[in-house]
Design a protein around this ligand. Structure first.
Ligand code: 5GP
Length: 194
């Protein structure tokens, strides 16, 4: 009997420019489906209002982050918009081994490291309908200064060029539709024969 490859969970990597709505899409996905685990990243960025340590990120000092890098505790890590971010290795490995899918929300540099070092991940890029739409979203969020907005827009232009290296492109024109598409990708991955 032919089976889909499902004794181990799938690693799903989601990237996309700042403020494209990754957080909103992910929250909605995870709320509706409890068969997917979110990997909480470590960061040296300061918490934004309302963010909770251990839920949104593991917030830490640069020294602690560097120690974890030296100890090989991250699957990948990168400097993004002047802060460091990394994916803790143990959680991902243990969860996949239990047969549960894990989703990472990481930048393009981190996704490249995962692609190079990990076979079998599925890579999804979430794009805005346009760059103007993106700038509008960052500005409306109101959490960033003008210079940070400029930096994030500069990075977004580079990031959009990277989309071609991903397996799937989802345009976030409407959250529900984007969530449906992401969920469909995850289900398709579970049905793959490998
Ligand atoms: P923010 O500071 O807005 O939460 O996230 C900034 C950027 O860092 C986003 O593009 C997000 O995808 C990325 N990011 C978050 N966690 C990680 C991580 O663990 N590794 C990498 N490489 N990027 C991350």
């Amino acid at each position: 009997m032919l089976n889909s490859k499902n004794n181990k969970g799938n690693l799903i990597v989601l990237s996309g420019p700042s403020a494209v709505g990754k957080g909103t899409v992910l929250r909605s996905l995870l709320q509706d489906y409890n068969d997917i685990s979110y990997s909480v990243s470590a960061t040296t960025r300061k918490p934004r209002e309302g963010e909770v340590d251990g839920i949104d990120y593991f917030f830490m000092s640069k020294d602690k982050f560097k120690n974890l890098v030296d100890d090989g505790e991250f699957i990948e890590w990168a400097k993004v918009h002047n802060n460091y971010y990394g994916t803790p290795k143990n959680y991902v490995k243990e969860t996949l081994a239990k047969g549960k899918d894990v989703i990472l929300e990481i930048d393009i540099q981190g996704a490249k490291q995962v692609r190079d070092n990990f076979s079998g991940g599925v890579f999804v890029f979430l794009a805005p309908p346009s760059l103007e739409d993106l700038k509008d979203r960052i500005t409306k969020r109101g959490t960033e200064s003008d210079s940070v907005i400029d930096l994030r827009m500069e990075n977004a232009t580079k990031e959009l060029e990277e989309a071609k290296n991903y397996d799937y492109l989802i345009v976030n024109d409407e959250v529900d539709r984007a969530v449906d598409k992401l969920r469909s990708v995850i289900i398709a991955q579970r049905c793959m024969i490998k």
